[in-house]
Design a protein around this ligand. Structure first.
Ligand code: HPA
Length: 271
């Protein structure tokens, strides 16, 4: 039973000192340095957590970190699970359900994404205002999903307007360029064809990536306010398509990361 499985995980983490996190954070590919800013109380490898999926992608360290950031108790997933790694939608979002079970009241998500809107440049940040799910699956489509909340979760405002307003204000005050836009999730792991990039332009999407949407859908089922920021790591111009190098994506994510860290640190203060 999934509820029981999840309860075991939550109980284990509570017994191991993760008692009152208020904000959950998911760190995307190449975006792990926020943890250097945390006064860490507990660090638990995914592999040591009962029923937790185990991270596979080499550049993900795969651990749960609990500590204090900007005077708030935060719980950080350093390393996330992707559908393209072969995990099920339930596994991909298990960490979100776990953090919710531990009592977080807000969720912040980051990811690395490609810029479809060609006015947006690599190294820029984009606040996600809405999404398009092209992954062909839903994390709410399994037997018994109704036990966790409605499966017909409305998607009127999957991204919290309140948190987004705060993030926009902070960006302005700190002189950080923060675009806004629509994020489309694809399954991957292969990158997109020219024809697919043209399709994404027609769909008026601003950024494309392989994560985040399942997590946000689950957060919505759980009535957990969330916000997500994309770090744009490449420009997806179908007329001038360049070979994408995953190490370059990670390098660009790392360069833009301090801006994302600054935004998260500041918004945490006012959540
Ligand atoms: N597609 C294209 N470029 C990207 C992606 C993606 O999914 N993620 C990061 N850059």
């Amino acid at each position: 039973m999934k509820e029981q499985q999840l309860q075991e995980t939550v109980d284990f983490l509570k017994e191991n000192g993760i008692t009152n996190p208020t904000i959950g954070i998911v760190l995307g590919t190449g975006l792990g340095k926020l943890i250097d800013e945390i006064t860490i109380e507990k660090e638990i490898a995914y592999a040591d957590i009962p029923n937790f999926p185990v991270a596979t992608v080499e550049f993900h360290s795969g651990k749960l970190i609990y500590g204090t950031l900007s005077d708030k108790k935060v719980l950080v997933m350093s390393g996330r699970f992707h559908l393209y790694e072969g995990y099920s939608p339930w596994e991909v979002t298990y960490g979100i359900r776990t953090m919710h079970g531990l009592g977080i009241g807000n969720l912040l998500i980051s990811n690395a994404a490609g810029a479809i809107n060609l006015n947006y440049k690599k190294g820029d940040l984009m606040l996600i205002e809405d999404h398009i799910n092209l992954q062909g699956s839903s994390p709410l489509a399994f037997k018994g999903a109704g036990a966790f909340g409605t499966i017909f979760a409305d998607m009127l405002a999957p991204y919290s307007k309140e948190i987004n307003t705060k993030l926009s204000e902070i960006a302005k005050a700190q002189n950080i360029k923060l675009h806004t836009g629509v994020y489309t999730s694809v399954l991957g792991p292969q990158l997109e064809t020219r024809a697919e990039y043209r399709m994404l332009q027609i769909l008026e999407t601003d950024a494309v990536g392989m994560s985040t949407v399942p997590e946000v859908i689950v957060a919505k089922q759980l009535n957990l306010p969330c916000a997500a920021i994309s770090v744009l790591t490449d420009e997806c111009d179908p007329k001038n398509l360049q070979p994408v190098d995953i190490s370059e994506i990670i390098a660009i994510a790392g360069k833009a990361e301090p801006k994302m860290i600054a935004l998260f640190k500041e918004v945490i203060k006012v959540l």
